[in-house]
Design a protein around this ligand. Structure first.
Ligand SMILES: [Zn+2]
Length: 415
């Protein structure tokens, strides 16, 4: 009896546990050393080499001679100084404020600030400008006053217009999220947490630089037995936002070290299966955060006939599927969606698989537009981190990553 009880207790932990390699990989991807896998300190380049090495260690092969597919793009990076203070109080970058990604280098010391209430039209901004002194003022806008979709369009247009002539502060409810931009405005824009904001003297320093960045997609495959009759493709972007100044980096654990780790876990599991007539391809994309640039480049320069793809699964944001997994394109590819739902029911990995229509919000998009049957899958659960420096590896549910890998392997095995 005691033996049976022991067995019952131990069993659930034996079936699914976090895999030590998954933990090692996600920790490394999110480390200081990789600088948020962006454009400063060769962050994304180091990550690309690391992922290629992991593929190699698993016995995966390159598509051509190398695991890499290179391409380039321009991006506004923040490699140097960054500071922002109000009345002598230095705010914390990434937490209290972010510098808008289209900001240029600047050194500010402004004693006056002007509050403008909600603009209803961009013309209102233009009319208000003569009352302001661009050399002395910094405009403060409160984001919470722009609620409707139309309001937000006005707000965006207003910021672009205002930043041509003077710096702007945009008040945000809580920690503002960060993005990437390929352009620079004339003046910087700061997004500041409303709760730490006060009127007074603003001093700030930014070093920004437009760079022509070289990036690499990492492409690997598990060869079929004989000539491949069809391909199953897994994709996940490995790039993230990088560094905002010398001291702040965005680890991007949920977005998307989780998806890359999951993809490598899937490769490890499929590698152990007997070879079949299906070739499995794994692509870690660069340049997603700049606007799906890596996957766009791949679709425009494919390494194999895209028509040979039976199905593509794009994994982006897999920090924890405690509540659900959502399938973008789920309402389009009924057969595959039903298969995924049924497989999950058998394995009980997540309580619900939700379906959505098409959406151009991740790396499946250009494949889908080119006629490739595909899902973009993301997890819904406790991990809500998105484009903040607190998106760290420790908050990714690694047991669920292992479970999801098993689910994916069984799902694609049935297609
Ligand atoms: Zn992202």
């Amino acid at each position: 009896m005691r033996k049976l009880l022991l067995f019952l207790f131990v069993l659930p932990f034996c079936v699914w546990a976090q895999h030590p390699d998954d933990v090692r990989i996600i920790n490394q991807l999110c480390s200081q050393e990789f600088s948020g896998r962006g454009y400063v300190n060769s962050g994304d380049s180091l990550a690309a080499e690391y992922i290629a090495l992991e593929f190699k260690k698993l016995g995966l092969r390159p598509q051509k001679r190398s695991f890499f597919q290179g391409f380039g793009f321009r991006v506004n990076a923040f490699p140097g100084k960054l500071s922002f203070s109000i009345n002598g109080n230095l705010l914390i970058p990434g937490k209290d404020y972010v510098v808008n990604p289209s900001s240029p280098s600047a050194k500010l010391d402004r004693e006056t600030m002007v509050f403008l209430d909600k603009f209803s039209r961009v013309e209102d901004v233009v009319e208000a400008l003569p009352q302001l002194d661009p050399a002395k003022h910094i405009i403060v806008l409160d984001k919470s006053k722009f609620i409707s979709r139309d309001d937000q369009i006005v707000l965006r247009a207003s910021i672009a217009k205002l930043s041509e002539v003077m710096p702007v502060i945009l008040l945000n409810e809580g920690t503002p999220i960060w993005h990437v931009s390929q352009n620079q405005w004339n003046f910087p824009v700061f997004e500041v947490d409303k709760t730490v904001f006060q009127e007074g003297v603003i001093k700030a320093e930014i070093e920004a630089k437009i760079i022509n960045h070289s990036a690499r997609n990492v492409v690997a495959r598990i060869k079929s037995k004989g000539k491949p009759r069809r391909r199953i493709v897994f994709t996940a972007h490995y790039d993230h936002l990088g560094r905002m100044g010398q001291n702040t980096f965005y680890p991007g654990a949920n977005d998307n070290a989780s998806g890359v780790t999951l993809m490598i876990a899937i490769a490890r599991k499929i590698r152990k299966l007997p070879r079949s007539s299906t070739e499995y391809v794994f692509i870690a994309f660069a340049g997603e955060e700049v606007g799906l640039l890596g996957s766009k480049f791949f679709v425009q320069n494919p390494m194999f006939d895209l028509k040979s793809i039976r199905f593509l699964v794009n994994l982006d944001i897999f920090g924890g599927a405690q509540h659900s997994i959502t399938a973008v394109n789920g309402t389009i590819y009924h057969e595959e969606f039903e298969c995924l739902v049924n497989t999950n029911k058998e394995m009980n990995v997540t309580p619900e698989i939700k379906s959505r229509g098409e959406s151009a919000n991740s790396d499946h998009h250009y494949f889908h537009a080119a006629g490739v049957r595909s899902f973009f899958l993301y997890s819904g659960g406790n991990n809500k981190h998105y484009h903040v420096p607190t998106d760290e590896a420790q908050d990714v549910d690694m047991i669920l990553v292992d479970k999801c890998a098993d689910l994916m392997v069984r799902f694609v095995g049935r297609l």
